[in-house]
Design a protein around this ligand. Sequence first.
Ligand code: ATP
Ligand code: MG
Length: 739
Amino acid sequence: MSADPILEPLNTAQRAAVTAPLGPVLVLAGAGSGKTRVLTHRIAWLIRAHDVSPHSILAVTFTNKAAGEMRTRVEGLLGMPPGVLWIGTFHGIAHRLLRRHWREAGLVESFQILDAEDQQRLIKKLLKAEQLDETRWAPREVQWFINSNKDEGRRPRSLKAGNDPTRAQMIRLYTLYEEACARSGLVDFAELLLRSFELWRDQPAILQHYRQRFRHVLVDEFQDTNTIQYAWLKLLVGSESCPFVVGDDDQSVYGWRGARVENLQQFGRDFPAVSLFRLEQNYRSTGAILAAANGLIANNAGRLGKTLWTNGAQGEPIRLYAAFNERDEAEFVCQRIREHLAHGGAHRDAAVLYRSNAQSRVFEEIFLSARMPYRVYGGLRFFERAEIKDALAYLRLIVNRRDDASFERVVNLPTRGIGAKSLDTVRAAARTAGIPLWEATGACLGEALGARASAAMRGFMELIERLAVEVAGLALHEQVDRMLAATGLIEFHRRDNADRGEARVENLEELVSAARGFGGERLETELPPLEAFLAHVTLESGEGQADAWEDCVQMMTLHTAKGLEFPIVFLCGMEDGLFPHQRSIANLDGLEEERRLCYVGMTRAMRQLYLTYAEQRRLHGIDSFSQPSRFIKETPEDLIEEVRPRLQVRRPVAPGRFARATGAEQAAPHRHAEYSSARLRDPPPAPGMRLGARVRHGKFGEGVILTLEGSGPQARVQVNFERQGPKWLVMQYAKLEPL
Ligand code: ATP
Ligand code: MG
């Protein structure tokens, strides 16, 4: 066969998957084995070998960035643009459907998307209106209640409170929240999916249309689909379409958000004719990196089981660095990147991955002072900065006056003399009449509102109306520019003399550039540019800043890194309590999910992998001293080499004794012999005592072993007891009985 661009760059197993007969296909394979590649090539293969029209292909990816890359790849494989191929995230595609069928979906045409922060503001407002105490009804919990029910496909009316008054109140809040969203024309993220699911479920003609159209539905990262996404897919696929899904149970990291790794098995039950493919060769990482990741994930129970090997070189060992504190950690990373640059490498080769967004700040400070260009994906969220959200709120009002959240945000910003009392009057009027704030304000002018307040409100409303007329027909970036000038937002921040004001003005200017660079075709061509832009920034705000394509160090959370790859990866903040996260340590499912997250992190690395931790860390203003992450101990020790300042020694230090070399120790390397004889991972201290084993204690009852440390009489064990929660015990005295 002559060199075929679609099949030639594939190994035998990958080729078999790409050319599988038309019907349900499941590819279950480990990290870096080419799942995403197979999915992309399958699309090209369908178009070329089966003459499938791109019109009938729907591909769901994990991020908008991945969707963009996939489109480019397909184009490259076919040698031409694939045309009207739908590729996007679940949210992006659901949004597109709702825009097309807003009427049938029971929405207003100009509906706006509510992001997580706006959602919380709205909930706070509801609590206040209901005179409910925020300490008793935490907005976060209410938000979680609403979203997780939506993720499971449940509306308030289908929920039963039983005899539980707390639950009854939650259900009531959920109902009030839905009413508020309907009044303002707002749709939150979970609603996008639920609403489009209901659209198909309740409108057979529409469902039929899409079933006939999308004969090929392909899904990447299938292990992270939740209940509603799976139901949505199943509805769409029906019995005639060909679903092609790829996933890896070891990379399921969204259980906390309702993802169900069981969907992988459910798929096999729902589509009994499924062809199953496994890919076993990893093309991404060196032997050492792969062995480290495999060694770590072997600590999880209940895996579907996969083999993963590489033909590549063993490569360099995994490097471990024990920093004094978080600044030292960031400086170390910075230094290593400099060395990489000195050897001709690029900034973008390096990725700094961390468990929680708050960790990025110190890196940013150090990088800034070192003049190291960097980009934070998902963390800083350009589009979520306050000043940007204010500007967006104005734009939203221009498009949709019913948007109460935006109204509240900017009605008195910059200050125009509208007091809290006047606002309360308007809110009360809106609530009584069940109308948006905008309408209520109109009705209150000159009546319920005094003369001064009326004048101020009228000025605000006229400003919006005038802007709506003025910007119509302008190019998108001119619309943004005009709005910034007319509303006085730029002036407002410029008057703020602190550096802060200047940075905000720069960000607002950056918004104009973002608008200039926005290609409406990326999301929803049928929408007017301003509305397409607003939908785009909400859907994509978590993914990056306006100018994310320059050559810079990549910084992101481990969750955001899923599916990506980088030559050099720094996994930072490897400390118990931070990673694994404190919340998850106490239950086995949570801990296993954290371990999978660590596996995702390690398998992002192509050539070099660094693990770093700080002995002392200040986070959220609190100093803490933590143990190195248990995930370090779970990584095969012969693959790890500890890096110390000015001196490199083979590590292995006993668990819990990651003593940092003092100056004296550095001068006397023989001291390390004392440590290197210690074992990184001890054998089980007693038969049946292993991680995850169920045990019984005379006093505390039954529980699960979370941690084992040390050996012999000193061995310590941490058990999560069903009734008493996690406890540390000395093995010798605990008299645990294996179950
Ligand atoms: P993840 O689980 O992290 O999402 P994946 O299974 O989707 O990984 P890909 O991202 O598709 O894996 O592939 C990993 C890397 O290996 C990519 O750089 C890809 O181009 C490369 N690769 C995949 N298959 C082959 C092959 N047959 N020959 C050469 N390189 C390959
Ligand atoms: Mg992938």
